[in-house]
Write a protein that binds this ligand. Sequence first.
Ligand code: ATP
Ligand code: MG
Length: 539
Amino acid sequence: MAENFIEQFIEDDLAAGKISAIQTRFPPEPNGYLHIGHAKSMFINFGTAEKYNGKCNLFFDDTNPSKEKTEFVDAIKRDILWLGYKWEKEVYASDFFDTIYAYAEKLIEDGKAFVCDLSPEEIKETRGTLTEPGKESPYRNRTVEENLKLFREMRAGNYADGEKCLRAKIDMASPNVNLRDPVIYRILHATHHRTGDKWCIYPMYDYAHPICDYLQGVTHSLCTLEFEDHRPLYDWVGINLGFSPKPRQIEFARLNLTNLVMSKRYLKKLVEEGSVHGWDDPRMPTLAGLRNRGIPAEAIKDFCRRAGVTKAQSECEIGYFEAVVRDYLNLHAPRAMAVVDPLKLTITNYEGEEDTDFEINQLLDDAGTRKIKFGREIYIERSDFSLDPPPKYHRLKLGGYCRLKSAYIIRADEAVTDEEGNVTEVKCTYFPESRSGNDTSGIKAKGVLHWVNVKTCVDAEVRQYDHLLRDADYSGQDFSERINLDSEHIFHAKAEPYLAEAEKGTAFQLMRTGYYKTAEEDGKLILSEIVSLKDNFNK
Ligand code: ATP
Ligand code: MG
């Protein structure tokens, strides 16, 4: 059953017998890294093909040699595979340059394209506006012979960049500006990442894309809404080159997220200016960044599914994405303890050490428990103790009771302070009958605190992140004014040894702190924030 308007179109086309098998393509331009918006495009292109037992190609739209690089091709492939998608064929627009060129000669021979000598500026000036028609080029009525000769000379390298171009001959008075004799080939003396210096003319996207779709057997060309106004040109190319069956272009709304920049151009600027550590900085919305952050591929796909496929432009709250990630990790991540700002507790009536049972993930039936060493000296969060507590304070205060997670109930008896009045240590009493799982003490303790053992804990660096973009002060405020350079915060923490022993890259729920990924740098344990525990998404 169709779950969105794209699937409805496909089912209509299947029912009408227009097509028998579905072929889509995911069409990145290799001029940067993929971001979470592309994950949505992949979800739609790969997901739709899969649903209808069809195929999806990976199509590199490489018609713009000055910006494209093999480095980006490799990164794009790595990211697609990481998300768990498999393409049928790997195809490049440049694979088709000969055919695309031959089709241009055919358009010239049919009197449907002409070589124009106007400069790019003059073409822009004579294009007209939304309310006024454009002006016909003085070169519009060149003969077929002259056009062919000039076009071949363009290809041979007889002209400089911008000196001439090839334009489709459509209608300078069309209400759709895209149909006003659009440029379909330009001169560009640039080395291409795959074809080298073979070409010095390159086809424009709007002309090349429908041809590449057709040559790959694409049945449904799924793209974002900004191409809606280009669809008449897409169809013009298909009709005038006699494509049958002609691919059908369907547009959907882009994914936009608050507090994130999605434009490759802007992301590139952040990398080049050193505002972030690189394309895979954990604050970046690139798939490489999200992976490095520790966000599971499954959570990204789940988010795309839940966000849905629509034609209405909207901006999704970043909090919603984070809530989906949290839901996923809550079910999958093992629990552990680390203390970010440690305060020492000494349990004055405890001697020796013992193992306590710690639940790995209480939401999973078969996760089980592991042992944690309890001892006389432990660390808790400094913020979990107060000398001057507000009313209804459930954490530790002098004379108050708290449970240490998976261990015993304690009472705070005395706070040791330094000359400035800072608490440096808290002396406590524990209650032997209050052991977790076998509590016969009858003592009520509302607060449950996480802790680590002073003797066995390891040092760790905790990294926490704010969003790369601050909230906008007004709608449409430029990204550059919203960039939050102070978005990475580093703390020195104490962690259970278990975290250092676990495989690097594992995602944990650090109790009462958040979801963190482990890493190692220069022999040091790094705990890097994936998402906080606090749900600030306003449903
Ligand atoms: P950017 O503006 O970030 O550079 P782009 O559209 O130029 O993105 P492409 O490499 O051309 O990037 O994109 C490949 C495909 O992914 C295109 O079909 C494009 O429409 C789609 N896409 C890009 N950004 C988004 C987004 N935010 N939401 C959904 N689809 C997207
Ligand atoms: Mg693009």
